[in-house]
Design a protein around this ligand. Structure first.
Ligand code: 4AD
Ligand code: MG
Length: 477
């Protein structure tokens, strides 16, 4: 039996004039003669040439779009343009036939919305295979970056009893049957009788536990799934997404911003250096889509050019107060073109963030020192007692990709904020103990993994960079 060779290996180290065995899915079948075969090991296909006389008609009929084949043949220099080598088929076995009349996908451009409904098949397309190879590579680069810098990967829990962000957007975890939950004297569900003896939920962030680890191991990060039951049906929100959260002892907000910028650039550089072919396919796809658009609807730069620009330039850093002043003096504000008002103390809306990033500075922007009332309880109070040492990193085309802060390490300040925000110390006793015993200044952030992958791949909907998106009203697959 011949050993199968992956197509990436065939293309990298071709053994010309030898007979080889490859397996994969048909990306294209031209003139009943030329098969473009892909096995996922690379974005590039290998061309297989069939001598029609050699193969029975029944077999040729089974070779539809995305059919799965096992092919033995001689690897030779290609006669045609477009590829350096090709396989002259000697034996073809159909492992899984497809029939274009019933196969849900067609060999032509299909809408992202349609392909989302076919999430079990969409990874076989060029675009999605490139996206998911890059997604893998970004995850690898995350772990490599932190490992190389001496951070420890900390697995924080998925089931927790706390709401780290205090936003109340949680999915509850219970082993009660929904209509048979025992009630307490007041008629409320008696979670003391539940599996964990208390009310629990899926985590919205691993930060609070990462802080525990940072105050012992110095530099740590978590990278895991997080869940938010927010009803935001936008192209930037998922109910289940992955978050990367470094937490660093002895770091302040400036160190935190430096880390966020360096880390973001590292991830982008990693993909530029290691996945040029996949990036090119995605870049070409955007150029093709934008060909018939008006200039103002097109992106200012191509995908690869944008990524290069971001790694080659410093991120802009401004305070929230400066951002508000810049926005209030902006043309769209004065002409009433923003839907939402800009007022000190209010959260910046995505239209404001995108104007700052895409029109004003045309590069990623870090906004720091937000009003305390629009941010979480754990953020460190600044000297003005009005703002906290919080920062958001905003990216072109997306908006917020990273949110972080220096943490409040002073017990009295923390307790005051918790009381003001109605967060009970009994529930977070361990969190306040970190301030009572051996505490220190520390800082960290959370990067939305899918938002970063969205930026790097140039895709426009977050549902298209996670294999199986969970959004309001949708949990198929
Ligand atoms: O800004 P967020 O809510 O910050 C935290 O959760 C902090 N505890 C992080 C920390 O300091 N360790 O979320 C962090 C990032 C956001 O900037 C955004 O990129 C992403 O997570 N994010 C989402 N991504 C997809 N879908 C959603 N519903 C998201 N909500 C937040
Ligand atoms: Mg945020």
């Amino acid at each position: 039996m011949k050993r199968r060779i992956e197509i990436a290996e065939v293309l990298k180290n071709p053994t010309l004039n030898e007979s080889i065995l490859v397996k994969g899915w048909v990306r294209a079948f031209r003139n009943n003669r030329f098969i473009a075969l892909n096995d996922g090991s690379t974005i590039n296909n290998i061309q297989v040439v069939m001598d029609l006389e050699k193969f029975p008609e029944e077999l040729i009929k089974e070779i539809g779009f995305h059919a799965c084949l096992s092919i033995t043949g001689k690897l030779v220099e290609s006669q045609g343009a477009g590829q350096a080598m090709e396989i002259i088929a000697e034996e073809i076995e159909v492992l899984g036939a497809t029939n274009l009349e019933t196969y849900p996908l067609q060999p032509k451009a299909q809408s992202m919305e349609f392909l989302r409904e076919k999430a079990h098949l969409r990874m076989r397309t060029n675009t999605f295979s490139a996206v998911f190879r890059i997604r893998h590579a970004v995850a690898y680069a995350v772990n490599k970056y932190f490992n190389d810098k001496g951070y420890y990967y900390m697995h924080t829990p998925i089931i927790t009893g706390s709401d780290a962000e205090g936003a109340g957007e949680m999915f509850h975890v219970t082993s009660f049957e929904t209509n048979k939950a025992p009630l307490d004297e007041e008629g409320a569900v008696d979670y003391k009788k539940d599996f964990f003896g208390k009310a629990t939920n899926l985590t919205v962030s691993g930060q609070l536990q990462a802080e525990i680890a940072a105050l012992a191991l110095g530099k740590v990060y978590t990278f895991g799934p997080t869940f938010r039951a927010e009803k935001s049906n936008t192209s930037r929100h998922l109910a289940e997404f992955w978050m990367i959260e470094p937490e660093v002892a002895f770091a302040d907000i400036h160190d935190d911003m430096d880390l966020a910028e360096d880390f973001s650039k590292y991830l982008i550089n990693y993909i530029l250096d290691n996945y040029p072919d996949d990036l090119k396919v995605l870049d070409d796809r955007i150029a093709k889509l934008e060909k018939n658009m008006k200039k103002e609807e097109r992106r200012p730069m191509g995908l690869i050019e944008t990524l290069r620009f971001v790694v080659d330039n410093d991120f802009e850093r401004i305070t929230y107060t400066e951002a508000v002043n810049i926005l209030r003096n902006s043309k769209p504000y004065k002409k009433g073109r923003f839907e939402y008002d800009v007022e000190w103390g209010k959260d910046l809306q995505s239209e404001h963030e995108r104007w700052l990033v895409e029109k004003k500075f045309q590069k990623p922007v870090i906004v720091v020192d937000y009003p305390k009332d629009i941010k979480a309880f754990y953020m460190r109070m600044n000297e003005d007692e009005k703002t906290v040492a919080a920062m958001d990193v905003l990216f072109p085309g997306i908006g917020e990709v990273i949110g972080g802060s220096q943490r409040e390490e002073r017990l009295d300040y923390l307790q005051k904020r918790m009381a003001e925000m109605d967060i009970h110390e009994e529930e977070l006793w361990w969190y306040t103990e970190l301030r009572k015993f051996g505490g220190c200044p520390h800082a960290g952030f959370g990067m939305g993994f899918e938002r970063m992958v969205l930026f790097i791949t140039g895709m426009t909907n977050i549902r298209d960079v996670i294999p199986f998106p969970r959004t309001p009203g949708s949990a198929e697959f």
